[in-house]
Design a protein around this ligand. Sequence first.
Ligand code: CDP
Length: 212
Amino acid sequence: MIIAIDGPAASGKGTIARQVAAVYGLRHLDTGLLYRAVAKAVLEAGYSPDDAARATEAAIVLDPRKFDDNALKLQAITEAASVVAAIPQVRQALMSYQREFATRPPGAVLDGRDIGTVIAPGADVKLFVIATPEVRAARRVLELKARAEPADEKEVLADLLRRDERDSRRTSAPLKAAPDAHLLDTTHLGIDAAFRAAVDIIEAVRTGRKRC
Ligand code: CDP
């Protein structure tokens, strides 16, 4: 089984994806980490994240087994991640790893921006997770504070909106819901309620029931 979970920045897709993977016994890939790792490598080598040749090189030699998730989540890398993610050759270089991850038994939950549209268009279930920008910014501030990172709500909101705009406007695999994705609005849902709503959708699809 392959479950695709896409959505804009800080919409809650990662938390839902982790929990869904655990409950269905599937592997989980946070695909944002791939773009973050490319951005980190490019920045650390002293290049600009919009340097397509350097970013592509970094994507080709990437080894996801060596990821330090906490270092990749740092806000300093976040903006650069969306810049490298707009480079088509970078996306191309990261594609086969994601597809192999998705199809290896027993299947997987992948979260990102283009899972349902490009990486796994044949996924068994596709969710598109959204929430209002203000709610997403408030959640991201809590995450940053929990990691003792500086967190100004206005700046965080501006960052989310800027990235959503860049992610939606790029020509290569833009952020958008697949036509057969199920929309899950978590604006008024806590973590547990969002997880239950996701499982309800997955079960409805699996049992072939029609959602209204
Ligand atoms: O957690 P958050 O939503 O802030 O970010 P993320 O999921 O770690 O993704 C960071 C950036 O990577 C996004 O702003 C996108 O530009 C890019 N990304 C992408 O283009 N495609 C994906 N499948 C996943 C992430």
